[in-house]
Design a protein around this ligand. Structure first.
Ligand SMILES: [Zn+2]
Length: 138
Protein backbone atom coordinates (compact mmCIF):
# COMPACT_ATOMS: atom_id res chain seq x y z
CA UNK A 1 0.00 0.00 0.00
CA UNK A 2 1.16 3.52 -0.76
CA UNK A 3 2.69 5.84 1.82
CA UNK A 4 2.15 9.26 0.31
CA UNK A 5 2.00 12.23 2.72
CA UNK A 6 -1.33 13.02 4.35
CA UNK A 7 -3.09 16.37 4.76
CA UNK A 8 -2.99 18.01 8.19
CA UNK A 9 -5.92 19.73 9.86
CA UNK A 10 -7.36 22.17 10.83
CA UNK A 11 -7.20 23.64 7.32
CA UNK A 12 -10.56 25.21 6.41
CA UNK A 13 -9.86 25.73 2.70
CA UNK A 14 -9.36 22.10 1.79
CA UNK A 15 -10.94 20.08 4.61
CA UNK A 16 -14.21 19.49 2.65
CA UNK A 17 -12.10 18.35 -0.30
CA UNK A 18 -10.32 15.75 1.83
CA UNK A 19 -13.54 14.64 3.51
CA UNK A 20 -14.79 14.01 -0.03
CA UNK A 21 -11.69 11.96 -0.80
CA UNK A 22 -12.53 9.74 2.19
CA UNK A 23 -15.88 9.07 0.46
CA UNK A 24 -14.02 8.55 -2.85
CA UNK A 25 -15.57 11.69 -4.24
CA UNK A 26 -13.62 14.45 -6.00
CA UNK A 27 -15.26 17.57 -4.58
CA UNK A 28 -14.82 21.18 -5.69
CA UNK A 29 -16.38 24.48 -4.58
CA UNK A 30 -18.50 26.68 -6.85
CA UNK A 31 -19.55 30.25 -6.02
CA UNK A 32 -23.33 30.69 -5.66
CA UNK A 33 -22.99 34.40 -6.48
CA UNK A 34 -21.03 34.25 -9.76
CA UNK A 35 -20.81 30.50 -10.60
CA UNK A 36 -16.99 30.58 -10.56
CA UNK A 37 -15.35 27.19 -9.98
CA UNK A 38 -12.76 27.76 -7.24
CA UNK A 39 -9.69 25.54 -7.30
CA UNK A 40 -7.54 25.01 -5.38
CA UNK A 41 -10.36 25.09 -2.85
CA UNK A 42 -10.84 28.25 -0.79
CA UNK A 43 -13.42 29.45 1.68
CA UNK A 44 -13.82 32.66 -0.37
CA UNK A 45 -14.59 33.05 -4.08
CA UNK A 46 -11.43 34.14 -5.88
CA UNK A 47 -13.50 35.98 -8.51
CA UNK A 48 -15.98 38.02 -6.45
CA UNK A 49 -15.06 37.59 -2.78
CA UNK A 50 -18.31 35.88 -1.79
CA UNK A 51 -18.28 33.30 1.00
CA UNK A 52 -21.48 31.70 -0.34
CA UNK A 53 -19.94 28.58 -1.85
CA UNK A 54 -21.43 25.21 -2.73
CA UNK A 55 -19.40 21.98 -2.83
CA UNK A 56 -20.10 19.80 -5.86
CA UNK A 57 -18.88 16.33 -6.83
CA UNK A 58 -16.85 15.97 -10.03
CA UNK A 59 -17.45 13.03 -12.35
CA UNK A 60 -13.68 12.58 -12.04
CA UNK A 61 -13.03 12.61 -15.77
CA UNK A 62 -10.63 14.92 -17.57
CA UNK A 63 -7.53 15.32 -19.69
CA UNK A 64 -3.82 15.59 -19.01
CA UNK A 65 -2.89 19.30 -19.31
CA UNK A 66 0.82 18.65 -18.80
CA UNK A 67 3.04 16.30 -16.84
CA UNK A 68 6.54 15.45 -15.76
CA UNK A 69 8.15 12.20 -14.67
CA UNK A 70 10.13 11.98 -11.45
CA UNK A 71 12.67 9.24 -11.94
CA UNK A 72 13.87 9.05 -8.37
CA UNK A 73 12.64 10.59 -5.13
CA UNK A 74 14.23 9.74 -1.81
CA UNK A 75 11.55 11.47 0.26
CA UNK A 76 9.66 9.15 2.61
CA UNK A 77 6.44 8.09 0.91
CA UNK A 78 7.94 8.33 -2.58
CA UNK A 79 11.15 6.30 -2.40
CA UNK A 80 9.36 3.03 -3.24
CA UNK A 81 7.43 4.42 -6.22
CA UNK A 82 10.28 4.26 -8.73
CA UNK A 83 9.65 6.52 -11.70
CA UNK A 84 6.25 8.22 -11.30
CA UNK A 85 4.39 11.06 -12.95
CA UNK A 86 3.30 14.43 -11.62
CA UNK A 87 0.52 15.77 -13.80
CA UNK A 88 -1.91 18.65 -14.06
CA UNK A 89 -5.36 17.27 -14.89
CA UNK A 90 -8.07 19.46 -16.43
CA UNK A 91 -11.35 18.13 -15.05
CA UNK A 92 -14.38 18.34 -17.30
CA UNK A 93 -16.12 20.64 -14.77
CA UNK A 94 -13.51 23.34 -15.41
CA UNK A 95 -10.81 23.07 -12.78
CA UNK A 96 -7.17 21.99 -12.86
CA UNK A 97 -5.77 19.62 -10.26
CA UNK A 98 -2.13 18.75 -9.57
CA UNK A 99 -2.04 14.97 -9.27
CA UNK A 100 -0.45 12.09 -11.16
CA UNK A 101 -1.18 9.46 -13.79
CA UNK A 102 -0.94 5.85 -12.64
CA UNK A 103 -1.56 2.46 -14.20
CA UNK A 104 0.86 2.80 -17.12
CA UNK A 105 3.77 0.46 -17.85
CA UNK A 106 6.29 3.26 -18.47
CA UNK A 107 5.41 6.79 -17.34
CA UNK A 108 8.14 8.23 -19.61
CA UNK A 109 6.38 6.81 -22.70
CA UNK A 110 2.75 6.03 -21.92
CA UNK A 111 1.44 9.44 -20.78
CA UNK A 112 0.69 12.30 -23.17
CA UNK A 113 -0.86 15.74 -23.15
CA UNK A 114 -4.57 15.56 -23.95
CA UNK A 115 -4.89 11.96 -22.74
CA UNK A 116 -8.29 11.15 -21.24
CA UNK A 117 -8.09 10.01 -17.64
CA UNK A 118 -10.42 9.12 -14.76
CA UNK A 119 -9.85 9.60 -11.05
CA UNK A 120 -9.31 6.78 -8.64
CA UNK A 121 -8.46 6.97 -4.97
CA UNK A 122 -5.28 5.35 -3.70
CA UNK A 123 -5.47 4.14 -0.10
CA UNK A 124 -2.55 5.14 2.10
CA UNK A 125 -0.81 2.98 4.66
CA UNK A 126 -0.16 5.81 7.09
CA UNK A 127 -3.44 7.72 7.01
CA UNK A 128 -7.16 7.81 6.49
CA UNK A 129 -7.22 10.07 3.42
CA UNK A 130 -6.92 8.30 0.05
CA UNK A 131 -5.05 10.32 -2.58
CA UNK A 132 -6.83 11.13 -5.87
CA UNK A 133 -4.77 9.95 -8.86
CA UNK A 134 -5.73 9.43 -12.49
CA UNK A 135 -5.71 6.40 -14.76
CA UNK A 136 -5.94 6.54 -18.57
CA UNK A 137 -9.28 5.49 -20.09
CA UNK A 138 -10.22 4.33 -23.56
ZN1 LIG B 1 -17.97 34.46 -6.91
Amino acid sequence: MAKRPQPRFPEPNTEPYWEGAKQRELRYPVCRECNQVIFTPRTVCTACGSRDLEWKVSKGEGTVYTFSVVRQNRMPGFVDLGAYSVAYIDLDEGFRLLSGVIGVDDPTKDIHIGQRVRVEFEDQEDGEYPIPLFRPVG
